[in-house]
Design a protein around this ligand. Structure first.
Ligand code: C2E
Ligand code: MG
Ligand code: MG
Ligand code: MG
Length: 271
């Protein structure tokens, strides 16, 4: 009895596993085609200065509209791309497309900076630095108008290649941000050593602001810690007015979230 049960479970698992692997393989192939055919596009989400209430930057977020499955969220396809070198092509594409789009908007008078996300593997890619230089050069976007966001976990990885890439990026003059801060274990010393410009407080803390005294205490101390090492603090995932007011009171510099604006196609945001 137990043996049969075990076996049928095993078979079920096998079928399920095979089905999932097939979907992944197909998605990976489709993603490869999408990158090659230039089918990936960027949505832009406003980042607002809490002192002036002005949109000071946008974060470019990758979007994939699959011909059959519709919108596939980045949380699904980015990890897929990260398992192969596809992430490097994908990252190069985002860099090209967003710097072009932003430079064009700035040329017609818009004073807004660009933030984009870098994955761990891009930091290890020797093509990253030349790609960034080329994007700035061909679009005329000033280096200081470009901010590259790297997650806390990626930054804390002890990689010689990555720290070389970070110094080269600083040399070029682009800004660097630590993304999803609070989900890893970085110390004040590490934050200082990394010499970044911006720290983004992870949405999971912002979400609980107002319901949880703990969350408020955590956000307060993150802001203090960031300011102690001269970092600009951005809160991500602001969904209501209460969170926004509280963040302003706590001295947070900038904010981003559905309450201030969802990620949108460029023409919807600006035309
Ligand atoms: P992230 O860099 O932390 O980006 C913020 C994510 O939070 C975005 O999700 C955004 O749509 C979402 N968000 C913003 N405000 C709110 C809010 O008020 N409420 C809620 N619930 N969500 C909010 P998205 O676009 O799905 O991207 C998810 C993650 O995928 C990003 O997190 C980033 O880590 C990664 N990603 C997106 N585009 C790229 C890219 O071009 N390259 C790389 N390497 N990663 C990317
Ligand atoms: Mg980000
Ligand atoms: Mg983030
Ligand atoms: Mg996040």
């Amino acid at each position: 009895q137990a043996k049969t049960l075990g076996r049928s479970r095993y078979e079920f698992f096998d079928v399920e596993l095979r089905r999932r692997m097939q979907r992944r393989l197909r998605l990976e192939q489709d993603l490869r085609d999408a990158v090659r055919l230039g089918k990936l596009w960027a949505a832009y989400q406003p980042v607002v200065d809490l002192r002036t209430n002005r949109m000071v930057a946008v974060e470019g977020l990758l979007r994939w509209t699959h011909p059959v499955h519709g919108a596939v969220p980045p949380m699904e396809f980015i990890p897929l791309a990260e398992e192969s070198d596809l992430i490097n092509q994908l990252g190069a594409h985002v860099l090209r497309v967003t710097t072009q789009e932003l430079a064009a908007r700035r040329a017609s008078g818009l004073d807004v900076d660009l933030k984009i996300n870098l994955s761990t593997r891009q930091l290890d890619d020797p093509a990253l630095i030349p790609d960034v230089e080329r994007a700035l050069h061909t679009t005329g976007l000033p280096a200081k108008a470009l901010c590259l966001e790297i997650t806390e976990s990626a930054l804390m990885r002890d990689s010689a290649l990555a720290s070389e890439a970070l110094s080269a990026l600083r040399e070029i003059g682009v800004r660097l941000a630590i993304d999803d801060f609070g989900t890893g274990y970085s110390s004040l010393a590490q934050l200082q050593r990394l010499t970044l410009d911006t720290l983004k407080i992870d949405r999971s803390f912002v979400m609980r602001l107002g319901d949880s005294a703990d969350a408020e205490a955590i956000v307060t101390s993150i802001i203090a810690m960031a300011h102690a090492v001269q970092l600009t603090v951005v809160a991500e995932g602001v969904e209501n007015e209460m969170q926004l007011n509280l963040l302003r009171e706590l001295g947070c510099d900038q904010a981003q979230g559905y309450y201030l604006g969802k990620p949108m196609p460029a023409r919807e945001l600006w035309d």
